[in-house]
Design a protein around this ligand. Structure first.
Ligand code: TEU
Ligand code: CA
Length: 587
């Protein structure tokens, strides 16, 4: 049985600050905008707010390129605004966690400016510098064949003219990787954590924290994508040799002295033993990680992100089952999420986002997430069922460096090839990070209430804000008799999760019927209560026979007209309509 901890029960809400709420009419969301919406978040059922980076930054990667960790970017406000935000959060008995991006800095950070100034600079060794290689024709080549993560046509190494060496920059050339082998770098990172903890923040979401230790021989990666010069190099930079040592050092020197929530973002890792070393009950590393299995479900394994892989409910069950069991049987902990600022909208990705089915899909995903074990993360707009940008938007609407690079690459590799380019547009529409970065849809007024009517939002507002927005869902929590708005459904589900935390947070788990192609169903129970969740992940009608051996006492929630829940079977089989999900209490 799991030890009770506040950070296991917490509902965390992720804010993407540029797109949350603009209060000064410059078209860019800001810290006072977050403060303004705290009552909205509190009444939704949020306990912890995670704000994506608001530090001083040239915004090459929307703030994940930090130029000063101890100051706020003027476009977001001031340190005083953050102090006020923390005060108002605490007043409402909530907590704030900051986004800690320390695998790399901005190329405009004072450390890097110093490092690149000369080979003898005292900060030279704070980053990863290597000499060029030369091929048989004498052409200069990067030190190895690793591809840039946010632009796979390019090398992860950037040439520096002044000092005639390459530096490692895994994400973009504007994001040089820090050299964690250097103890002075680690001590500087510890100071950043202390700075924010002492200011009143309660923990961190740690950006790509499993990339901080690299295999020191920097070998070439195997060729897994033959069409490309540069290759995925994660084998050598994800979960590297000294990762656990570095994490334990952070824990022992800093975190152990505070009461924190820590969640490490860990792409590429599949090995359960590796995950447990980080999040196991006895480990002194992190509370939980973001595992990528669910959001990578439609990627071709070993290939780059903008690929399409077919999946069905069986794949989803294998993933969910594995992560749930990891927590239960081996005493680890996990973060539950299907959306963030790097992923398309969940209702578009896992269900059907057409006007006919969108609300069912959004509530289906809500039912799933609120009845699984783990710390729950809700991304801004997910509670409204916001969806991907319209198909009609051209590539010029995309603001994200990753999408821009992908579109450029396709135009370079396949100039004028309409078939290839329309496929690239199709994949962008399905997977671009910008799908989740459009401004928050507060109401039906111009620019969705995100900024003043006379301003220009930094990114185009999704055209569906006239009928998908917070204000209409709050005003009409019961759109038709027996149904709830997506927002009201989330609100009630979060309250029910808390009221039954012995089951939904800490209880046991059993996945039922692993082989069914569209139904995802599982039991959750504690010493004195048990529930069953049954979810139809398909647009067809299904009669699911899986109730054999169980007796449902009462169906308590569903995403169709709840006045009809009494007509559902109590044993044997249950009939489900398209994208229908139900929650039942067992005898
Ligand atoms: O993302 C890490 C990460 O692995 C991403 O490359 C992810 O695979 C990609 O976004 C999928 O499109 C984090 C941040 O969340 C992301 O916004 C940053 O761009 C990245 O780190 C670099 O800091
Ligand atoms: Ca603003």
């Amino acid at each position: 049985v799991h030890k009770h901890r506040w950070w296991k029960e917490a509902v965390v809400y992720q804010i993407y600050p540029a797109s949350f709420l603009d209060t000064n009419g410059d078209g860019w969301g800001d810290v006072p905008g977050i403060t303004k919406k705290l009552d909205y978040l509190k009444s939704l059922g949020v306990d912890v707010i995670w704000v994506s980076p608001i530090y001083k930054s040239p915004q090459a990667d929307m703030g994940y390129d930090i130029a000063d960790y101890e100051d706020i970017d003027p476009s977001y406000g001031t340190l005083g605004d953050v102090d006020n935000l923390i005060k108002e959060i605490k007043k409402r008995h909530m907590k704030l966690i900051m986004d800690l991006v320390v695998n790399h800095t901005s190329d405009q950070h004072a450390w890097f400016l110093d490092s690149r100034s000369s080979k003898t600079s005292p900060k030279r060794d704070w980053y990863i510098w290597k000499p060029a290689r030369y091929d048989s024709s004498g052409n200069r080549q990067p030190p190895n064949n690793w591809a840039l993560i946010l632009g796979e046509a390019n090398s992860a190494w950037t040439w520096d003219e002044t000092t005639q060496e390459y530096y490692l920059s895994l994400f973009t050339p504007e994001q040089p990787d820090l050299n964690w082998e250097n103890p002075a770098v680690r001590a500087a990172v510890h100071d950043i954590l202390r700075f924010w903890l002492n200011r009143g923040c309660s923990g961190f979401r740690m950006d790509v924290i499993n990339l901080i230790s690299k295999v020191q021989t920097y070998p070439d990666a195997a060729v897994t994508v033959p069409s490309h010069t540069y290759q995925p190099g994660d084998k050598y930079y994800a979960n590297g040799p000294r990762l656990h040592e570095y994490l334990q050092e952070i824990h022992d020197r800093v975190l152990s002295k505070y009461d924190t929530l820590t969640v490490g973002e860990m792409p590429f890792v599949r090995d359960e033993a590796e995950i447990l070393r980080v999040v196991g009950a006895e480990s002194r590393e992190l509370n939980m990680i973001f595992a990528f299995d669910l959001v990578d479900i439609d990627n071709v394994p070993g290939d780059f992100k903008f690929t399409l892989h077919k999946w069905d409910a069986r794949d989803l069950k294998r993933i969910v089952n594995r992560l749930q069991r990891l927590m239960l049987e081996r005493d680890g902990w996990n973060a539950l999420f299907v959306e963030n600022h790097d992923q398309p909208r969940s209702v578009s990705r896992y269900t059907d986002d057409s006007d006919e089915w969108r609300e069912y899909g959004a509530k289906l995903l809500c039912l799933m997430q609120t009845t699984l074990a783990g710390t729950l993360y809700v991304y801004q707009g997910e509670e409204l069922g916001m969806r991907n940008v319209p198909k009609s938007w051209g590539p010029e609407e995309y603001k994200d460096i990753e999408s821009i690079n992908f579109w450029k690459k396709n135009n370079t590799m396949y100039p004028g090839d309409e078939e290839k380019l329309s496929h690239a547009r199709h994949i962008l529409h399905l997977k671009a990070r910008d799908n989740a970065r459009t401004p928050m849809q507060w109401d039906a007024s111009p620019h969705s209430g995100f900024t003043s009517p006379s301003s220009t939002p930094w990114m185009r507002v999704n055209s569906d804000y006239d009928h998908i927005n917070a204000s209409s869902q709050l005003a009409t929590p019961n759109p038709t008799p027996g149904t709830l708005s997506v927002h009201a459904f989330w609100q009630r589900a979060l309250a029910s999760r808390k009221a039954n935390k012995d089951v939904f947070v800490y209880g046991d788990f059993e996945m039922l019927d692993m082989e069914h192609r569209s139904v995802v169903a599982y039991k959750r129970w504690s010493a004195d209560k048990s529930f069953i969740t049954v979810l139809n992940f398909s647009g067809g009608n299904v009669s699911w026979k899986g109730l054999e051996g169980v007796r449902v006492k009462k169906w308590v929630a569903g995403n169709y007209d709840e006045r009809e829940l009494g007509n559902k079977g109590m044993g044997g089989s249950v009939d489900l309509r398209p994208w229908e999900g139900v929650l039942g209490m067992l005898e």
